[in-house]
Design a protein around this ligand. Structure first.
Ligand code: HEC
Length: 150
């Protein structure tokens, strides 16, 4: 069938309309994931009964203070970098495990070794929410895989 300019125009209009509806659903879903990730970061203990130096249950925020936006502090007082560019510097080589790891693997290592909890599964909703939250902290930064944490 020969496409008339009218049909083409209709098709483009329909496509644009669907496109913008999709964009708004997508941005709502992403914003929801970022907020859910922030909540998990600040409150989830991942089944751990470990208490931090403040006597509170350990969460990501125990070490990565201020939501990861500023330098963190370990229970032993040692300062660690913030998470502001974490999403931009993975994958990276981890000298403790002698291999390249993804952001998801880093999160699982922090849950297992930092919180002494049960790590969220790869591909799980919790993992997607946490990665979305960390991505929101690094929004606008250039990808710099293997780069230094800030
Ligand atoms: C007991 C303290 C502690 C807790 C709790 C903790 N972390 Fe970490 N986290 C660390 C340390 C220490 C490092 C640095 C690791 C290294 O030097 O390889 C780190 C590194 C990271 C990094 C990589 C930062 C970078 O830019 O290299 C991410 C991302 C991260 N943590 C996310 C999380 C998330 C998400 C949680 C909660 C599920 C969490 N951490 C819980 C101690 C902790």
């Amino acid at each position: 069938m020969k496409t008339t300019p009218f049909k083409t125009a209709l098709g483009v209009a329909a496509c644009l309309a669907t496109g913008s509806a999709f964009a708004s659903v997508a941005s709502q879903a992403l914003s929801h994931a970022v907020h859910a990730g922030a909540k998990i970061f600040n409150t989830d203990t991942f089944g751990s009964h470990e208490r931090s130096f403040h006597g509170q249950r350990t969460t990501c925020a125990t070490c990565h203070i201020n939501g990861g936006r500023t330098a963190g502090r370990l229970p032993n007082g040692k300062t660690i970098p913030s998470l502001v560019n974490a999403a931009a510097i993975f994958p990276r080589y981890n000298p403790h495990v002698h291999k390249v790891i993804t952001l998801e693997t880093q999160i699982r290592m922090c849950v297992r070794n930092g919180l002494l909890g049960h790590p969220p599964a790869y591909g799980s909703r919790t993992m997607a929410d946490l990665v979305s939250y960390l991505g929101s902290l690094g929004h606008g930064q250039s990808v710099d895989i293997g780069g230094p944490p800030r």
